[in-house]
Design a protein around this ligand. Structure first.
Ligand code: AMP
Length: 197
């Protein structure tokens, strides 16, 4: 039970560089908050696995460590946020990842009569990103984690396109900065505190 349970929806963006642990933490946080976990990376991987048209487009970008174009990604998220299960809240993981996406999210939510309640930013150092992504490549066999060049592209893409989202949000909202270094449960305890304040 969280403090929003009585008052209504709880709408969260989980932000951070690749390898920060967004997916791992989101899997725990969605249960804690009792909201659907919406991961654009997972949605694209589903389409890639099923070889859909969207999957073919997504793969041509994700294999290189690049972002899937905004218009494609925004349309997919808009469709997902219009589903009825989102009315009690959502946990967005991996979106927004560019300023146009952040602006689009504000518009989509306004159109649905919703608003963003929390931006949680998990941060880790570049060196740790590289270590974690190459470990994940061995464990999960993710194509976009396997090649050091692709890893570097993902870091560069994060810095050039995604990190500016923080500058977009900071003047408008409180951004909760979470240190992503530590055991999974330690980091989760830090995140939980945001929702208990
Ligand atoms: P992730 O699992 O979140 O690291 O996402 C894997 C890949 O999917 C990324 O490297 C991108 O190519 C693509 N992707 C995921 N989310 C987005 C997004 N919000 N915008 C554009 N591309 C994305």
């Amino acid at each position: 039970m969280n403090k929003h349970a009585k008052t209504g929806a709880i709408n969260v963006v989980l932000f951070g560089p690749p390898g920060a642990g967004k997916g791992t933490q989101a899997a725990k946080l969605k249960d804690f908050l009792a909201v659907p976990h919406i991961s654009t990376g997972d949605m694209f991987r589903y389409h890639i696995k099923n070889n859909t048209e969207l999957g073919k487009t997504a793969k041509s970008y994700s294999d290189k460590g690049k972002l899937v174009p905004d218009e494609v990604t925004i349309a997919m998220v808009k469709d997902r946020l219009s589903q009825p299960d989102v009315k009690n809240g959502f946990l967005l993981d991996g979106f927004p990842r560019s300023v146009p996406q952040a602006e689009a999210l504000d518009k989509i939510l306004a159109g649905l009569g919703m608003k963003l309640d929390y931006v949680v930013n998990i941060s880790i150092a570049d060196e740790e990103i590289r270590n974690r992504l190459s470990k994940r490549a061995q464990i999960e066999g993710r194509a976009d984690d396997a090649d050091p060049k692709v890893i570097q592209n993902r870091i560069n893409t994060y810095k050039a396109q995604s990190e500016p989202c923080l500058k977009y949000y900071r003047p408008k909202k409180h951004v909760w900065d979470i240190n992503g270094i530590g055991a999974i449960d330690e980091v989760f305890e830090r995140i939980k505190k945001v929702f208990q304040k």
